[in-house]
Write a protein that binds this ligand. Structure first.
Ligand code: C2E
Ligand code: CA
Ligand code: CA
Length: 394
């Protein structure tokens, strides 16, 4: 799809024809190569050896040969083009009897190969099948979860140096009808692989704005800000800008009250497009923060160029403070850097007084972690908020 978008359909077709010719050339006359749809091909190799071992060794060798052949730059419209291929292998007759079953298994193995990074070869196994099936079940259930209103918003307070609540991070939960309250780690990965994450994140933001408007009516002082996690899918959604403005206007929420948390990966994978969006959105007033900072590959150029407001230091750097000299240096550096870049910095996952004391000494002013409060249901957060805020001077 990316090829069609960037080079046009005509060259996309030409590319498929060239790849088809390479595959055909690399296999024997009695083998079958066919395009299966989109950019997927199926190859059937008969008679690969006496036993399963023999057959799998041969199949793997042929897969490597195909990768090597496709690894040479192709000439497209006079320009060299480098492609990568991901290969999934299943053996027959052992792995299944029907053609549909074999194709399904090869497909599962191919997705695994893609996931492992491009240009990989992966064999089907029953464990892979189990993972793929669990994922499909979660995806099916997630669809009805949206329709049946099974998602819940929890909020974890962000605190200042005195432990007063100054904001919160919205964290979603899934009230599963059989399995109880589920944490995001058990369903976000499946949602990400299916395009559903976009709908889920939209649900989270729109509900956050709507409920914030209601909660605010009951507060004696106006409320600061709430941050919401979003994945690349939603950030790159062309409707986000208009939808966000619409939600804020509909509920009379000022966009500065919402901070969107993205991870460094977003800037790595789709950097140019993501950067354009991040440059544009703050005109609306919305704030951006980089989540899990330090675990990815942030480009200093982006930190300098993009209108980012906050860095959130990942919990893995906080855990071993203050004793671990390496982590202590990294944390100190991030705090200093954010000061130079005029960005806010939040330490995440603070669990002990010692960690908090070290962070304060280094100049960190915002904290989040079990030491202060765990994430709690939305209503509980807003009903206890007043007693945890700094009291206005009378
Ligand atoms: P995150 O954005 O890094 O969120 C912080 C996670 O650390 C939360 O886990 C929080 O409960 C946990 N945490 C906070 N303080 C402490 C601490 O002191 N100790 C320990 N051990 N853990 C702490 P949670 O709620 O399970 O969320 C996990 C991840 O799921 C989040 O990581 C975020 O990436 C993702 N997520 C949560 N809600 C959403 C959402 O609405 N949309 C999207 N796309 N992702 C979400
Ligand atoms: Ca976050
Ligand atoms: Ca984080």
């Amino acid at each position: 799809m990316t090829i069609n978008d960037s080079l046009g359909h005509h060259l996309g077709d030409e590319l498929l024809t060239q790849v088809g010719a390479i595959l055909r050339h690399e296999i024997r006359a009695e083998d079958i190569a066919a395009r299966f749809g989109g950019d997927e091909f199926v190859i059937v190799l008969g008679d690969l050896g006496r036993d399963r071992n023999d057959a799998s060794t041969h199949a793997e060798l042929i897969a490597e040969k195909l990768q090597l052949a496709c690894g040479e730059p192709l000439m497209l419209d006079g320009q060299p083009l480098q492609i990568t291929i991901s290969i999934g292998i299943t053996l027959f007759p052992d792995d299944g009897s029907s053609v549909e079953e074999l194709i399904k298994r090869a497909d599962i193995a191919m997705y695994k190969a893609k996931e492992a990074g491009r240009n990989r070869v992966c064999f089907f196994s029953p464990e892979l099948q189990e993972i793929a099936e669990t994922r499909l079940t979660i995806q099916r259930e997630l669809r009805s979860a949206l329709e049946q209103d099974q998602f819940r918003l929890h909020v974890q307070p962000k605190v200042d140096q005195n432990g007063h609540w100054i904001g919160g991070e919205v964290l979603m939960r899934w009230q599963h009808p059989q399995r109880g309250l589920l944490l995001p780690s058990s369903f976000i990965p499946a949602a990400e692989g299916s395009g559903l994450i976009d709908d889920i994140d939209q649900w989270v933001i729109s509900h956050t704005i709507e409920r914030l408007a209601k909660a605010q009516e009951k507060l004696s002082q106006p409320f600061f800000n709430l941050s919401v996690n979003i994945t690349a899918d939603l950030l790159l959604n062309p409707h986000l800008h208009d939808d966000f403005r619409h939600w804020c206007m509909e509920h009379a929420i000022s966009p500065e009250q919402i901070e969107l948390e993205i991870t460094e990966r977003v800037l790595l994978d789709d950097h140019a497009q993501a950067a354009d969006i991040i440059e544009d959105m703050p005109r609306l007033g919305v704030r951006f923060s980089i989540d899990d900072f330090g675990t990815g590959y942030s480009s200093l150029r982006y930190l300098q160029r993009l209108p980012l407001n906050t860095l959130k230091i990942d919990k893995s750097f906080i855990d071993r403070l203050p004793a671990h000299a390496g982590d202590a240096r990294i944390v100190t550096t991030i705090i200093d850097m954010s000061r130079h870049l005029a960005m806010d910095v939040v330490a995440e996952g603070v669990e002990t007084e010692q960690q908090a004391a070290f962070l304060k000494e280094q100049g960190c002013k915002q904290f989040q972690g079990y030491l202060y409060a765990r994430p709690m249901p939305w209503d509980e957060f807003f009903s206890t908020l007043q007693e945890h805020r700094a009291q206005p001077l009378s």
